[in-house]
Design a protein around this ligand. Sequence first.
Ligand code: ATP
Ligand code: MG
Length: 394
Amino acid sequence: MQGTDHTMESQTLEIADLTCRFGAHRALDAVSLSVGAGEFVSILGPSGCGKSTLLRSIAGLEAVEGGTIRIGGQSVDGLRPRDRGVAFVFQSYALYPHMSCAENIAAPLRMSELGPLGRLPLLWRLSGRMRRTRESIADRVGATARQLQIEPLLGRRPAALSGGQRQRVALGRALIREPALFLLDEPLANLDAALRNRTRTDLRALQRRIGATTLFVTHDQTEAMAISDRIAVMFDGRIHQVGTPDEIYRDPETLAIARFFSQPHLNVVPAATLRRHIGGATAAGDIRIGGAALEGMAGVVAFRPEDASIRTARRPGLPGLPCTVDHAEHAGHDANLFVRLADGETAVVRIRSHEIADWPQGAEGVLHFDLDAARRFDAPQGEAETPSRAREVA
Ligand SMILES: Nc1ncnc2c1ncn2[C@@H]1O[C@H](COP(=O)(O)OP(=O)(O)OP(=O)(O)O)[C@@H](O)[C@H]1O
Ligand SMILES: [Mg+2]
């Protein structure tokens, strides 16, 4: 990273059958994942699903029970953390409070490149070699700070920085080692919404510029979709699906993933209910959902509020479900209209917020939804016979 921007040599990452256990609890259960050189992959999943454990295992900070990790084609199993060529920004990043930002960023290089004597005040002046090393470190701190746009802050201590500025210093401290692999554990979690959006854009631009292979942990699906080349969705210690943001958003493999990518609401209606109440098709037997015939379909059908619409009367030839308006929730430009279907189930329809007045409680309408965007899933256990509900996903 000397002088101007520097492209580091990016490395591939291959994880196979990684298993990690805490007592009886399997935090990682046969996790496999391949990340290409220079690729930005997000690990997305709810709290406690094992995201941090996965990153810590790759970094060598967690003892794994089984499986292999290869970085740049070389096995790192058994290597010490510092020998893995990996830089880690922790979920609760900590800067040294008594050091300036410049010293914080330089800390990993001072540890690895200067001996104990070189770190002592003044003594290093006696040695030309140590002086040159210190100058080279100072150059690299300057270059890293330029990339992160924190040059004016270098002389300050962490206490005199905003959360977002501290976050960048922590990123700088990881970047300066020119890692083959960058592991970021919710590095934006402490930022407010506006700063978080800005920092994530900057982070992705920086990652593209330097080309470092990156694993980025988040539990925010919007964030993952915004910045990732691919997303690995994790639940309960297992990776359930890996794909581009578009692939996972359009074709979630399970209902749990569909719910995770449809916050706050996903409509889930038993296929049998649809068959009973859907009307208006030229020939009901011809209705296809997500490309498959509704006729004889088992399980549930899920569709997003934004793929649904409500009209006062049935559109000729289009299948729709009779419904009654319950209430509306304002969401800025749009609103969520909660309606009741014929069997008493709730569904949510996205409308424009200026249309709320058109849909008072008790109004009757017909709900249409995009049959191609809807997906069929196996019924969740214990829910097959119960009426569907539009779910709040925490
Ligand atoms: N050192 C430990 N000892 C025992 N159990 C642990 C330890 N570390 C993690 N766990 C457990 O392993 C599971 C996975 O934890 P992990 O920290 O990887 O989750 P996470 O996905 O990063 O969650 P979050 O989004 O809340 O950070 C959790 O159930 C957690 O309680
Ligand atoms: Mg975590």
